[in-house]
Design a protein around this ligand. Structure first.
Ligand code: PGA
Length: 272
């Protein structure tokens, strides 16, 4: 069985309380959740990862080291070092004790889109970052999803297949076993309008099938998480779908109560 993952993407938000307090509160409540889960017969273990802005990584490392929680960055450079102002390399990220890194989030893709880069070129950049992350022992969470325009035009599968094919071409399908894929329809991010559980399932199944065409074993073990307006109210229904292995949570990850309840929903996945 695939271990569900709940990832909290803080984006460039400063928490209402200090970042230190938010990290401490999440840690505290996640420990309480752990003890509740131990008592619960139909609950399974989950992974939780936090993605604060990089300036808070030192705090994350100090507070979370030795706990069950993981942490990571919201981006990584495709290069090892050099004149790339504002970028952070995979080895620097590793030095902060990170396990995970987000790659290809649509809010970052937009920056490149302004440069009018072709989508295929954007996928290549994502693939280069993916290669760099895995080379340094980081687990990438690679985001992909269609815009509202693509959705209306029925191009969801085309958009997703294009990136998956590029990733497989870069490192082979086996390498994806160290990776998490995040299906994030752009129209659902931060809009309050999440995909239906049925739609998420359909797209996740398509993604798994696409990887299975190259490697069935990797496809079976690959974690595919859903992101886009996940809240405590809709998490359970979305995570209950067989090909949804947890979530990438934006806004709700800044609210401890919301976030921990979403983690709880992931732990109850097998209970349906
Ligand atoms: P949201 O963001 O949960 O606020 O919609 C998800 C994401 O951008 O990863």
């Amino acid at each position: 069985m695939r271990k569900p993952l709940v990832a909290g993407n803080w984006k460039m938000n400063s928490p209402d309380e200090s970042s230190k307090t938010l990290l401490e509160n999440i840690l505290h409540d996640s420990k309480m959740l752990d003890s509740i889960l131990k008592e619960q017969e139909n609950a399974s273990a989950i992974d939780i990862a936090l993605f604060p802005p990089s300036v808070f990584l030192r705090e994350a490392q100090e507070i979370l080291t030795g706990s069950n929680l993981h942490w990571g960055t919201q981006n990584v450079s495709a290069y090892d070092e050099g004149p790339y102002t504002g970028e952070i390399s995979a080895s620097m990220i590793k030095n902060f004790g990170c396990d995970y890194v987000l790659i290809g989030h649509s809010e970052r893709r937009c920056l490149y889109e302004k440069l009018e880069l072709d989508q295929f070129v954007l996928d290549q950049i994502v693939a280069e970052k993916y290669t760099m992350a895995t080379r340094h022992g980081l687990s990438p969470i690679i985001c992909i999803g269609e815009t509202a325009e693509d959705y209306e035009a029925g191009k969801t599968e085309e958009v997703i297949a294009r990136l998956l094919d590029v990733l497989i071409k870069h490192q082979g399908a086996k390498a994806l076993s160290q990776t998490v894929l995040a299906y994030e329809p752009v129209w659902a991010i931060g809009t309050g309008k999440s995909a239906t559980p049925e739609w998420a399932q359909e797209v996740h199944a398509f993604m798994r099938e696409r990887v299975a065409q190259s490697d069935t074993e990797t496809a079976e073990s690959l974690r595919i998480i859903y992101g886009g307006s996940v809240k405590k109210e809709n998490a359970r229904a979305i995570f209950a779908k067989p090909d949804v292995d947890g979530g990438l949570i934006g806004g709700a990850s800044l609210d401890v109560d919301q976030f921990i309840k979403i983690c709880f929903a992931a732990a109850l996945k097998e209970a349906g």
